[in-house]
Design a protein around this ligand. Structure first.
Ligand SMILES: [Mn+2]
Length: 353
């Protein structure tokens, strides 16, 4: 009987390239480096040899069409881990499906990208580990049993089986109002989770969580682990702790393995604050003073959204231009304005986010 367990590091939704123009036209604080820094922090345990395998659950990049230079920068930390001898598996998310330059598919022998449904086998700590996965599916109804079958994840014997994907599962929650995904063509019903894997390792949902039951309370056949995003990509994520997950798995005689524990490790993020601009009955100077005061009382590294409601007269609008706000705020603060019509549905990581 073996006493060894497997440690798997799961990181996802790194959205590299977010607020990182390669040729910026405006000099203002940018958040782009924060995302890179947190991916690097998340991978430190792998570089220290503390985990046996790394899975990136998708949305490595912030959108699908990006400069080649950004792709190179994004792959660098993953290649460093692969070069240290730790296998890295990458699930193409909705933002990079089939978009990564062809040269990168085979860039390193220890880096495996699920460009199509497949299973990769590894011998780690004397255990045979099957890691199955498929690129983000966004066409029609997401048929998880069919996609899992296409990976042929049961074709070879194993001690532990894992399934990796970038999809939404019933019961996943996002946003400050705890929006819960219930049904829809792109929401995988809990009953579709396969029972012959130790765990489903998933990206796409930006809040860290483990799903163990469907919405009617029935246990899922395998737990679904979302590590969440490494940084906040929207104000709907402002109350969430960001980070990555380390899964501890044990072999079982039936070959599926068992998830013993999930440890969420938090990463540093800057405070995110929504301010409401109190524009009613204020003069231009009064609005400037009130806003300046509020901004100065925040952590100077905050990311601030100013919500504007009510009638905006031309003198007040002068205070609320991007450059006027930059002059009011500490130089390290990131300030944006949200006008009433731009209010977006609080649906977290869906769609283009
Ligand atoms: Mn994402």
């Amino acid at each position: 009987m073996s006493h060894s367990t497997l440690q798997v590091l799961l990181v996802a939704d790194t959205h590299l390239g977010f607020d990182l123009p390669l040729h910026p036209r405006v000099d203002r604080p940018r958040r782009g480096r924060d995302f890179f820094a947190n991916l690097r922090r998340a991978l430190e345990p792998a570089l220290r040899g503390e985990v046996d395998l790394v899975v990136h659950g998708g949305d490595l990049l912030f959108r699908s069409r990006v400069p080649d230079r950004l792709v190179e920068l994004a792959m660098e930390p993953l290649i460093e881990v692969a070069s240290a001898g730790v296998p890295v598996l990458l699930v193409p998310g909705n933002h990079e499906r089939s978009r990564l330059p062809l040269s990168l598919w085979t860039v390193h022998p220890h880096l495996h990208i699920f460009r199509s449904p497949a299973t990769h086998y590894f011998t780690l700590r004397g255990l045979r580990v099957a890691v199955a996965g498929f690129p983000c599916s966004r066409q029609g109804r997401v048929d998880l049993p069919a996609l899992a079958a296409q990976t042929r994840y049961r074709d070879e014997p194993a001690n532990i089986r894992l399934l990796c994907m970038h999809q939404t599962v019933e019961g996943a929650q996002v946003g400050v109002q705890n929006y819960t995904f219930r049904s829809g063509p792109d929401v995988i019903p809990g009953r579709d989770i396969p029972g012959d894997v130790a765990a489903v390792l998933a990206g796409h949902i930006h809040r860290a969580q483990v799903l163990r039951r469907d919405l009617s309370g029935r246990p899922l056949a395998a737990p679904v682990v979302y590590p969440g995003s490494v940084e906040r990509t929207a104000f709907a994520e402002r109350e969430e702790t960001k980070g990555y997950a380390v899964l501890e798995l044990a072999p079982t005689s039936d070959g599926r393995g068992r998830l013993l524990a999930v440890r969420f490790v938090s990463l540093p993020t800057r405070p995110m604050v929504v301010l409401t601009a109190p524009i009613a009955d204020l003069s231009r100077d009064e609005l400037q003073a009130v806003l300046g005061n509020r901004l100065m009382n925040l952590d100077p590294c905050s990311i601030v959204s100013i919500d504007v409601s009510g009638e905006l007269t031309p003198p007040l609008a002068e205070v609320l231009t991007a450059s006027a706000l930059r002059a009011l705020a500490p130089p390290t603060m990131n300030v944006t304005i949200r006008w009433p019509r731009e209010k977006t549905l609080n649906r977290g990581p869906c769609g283009r986010i």
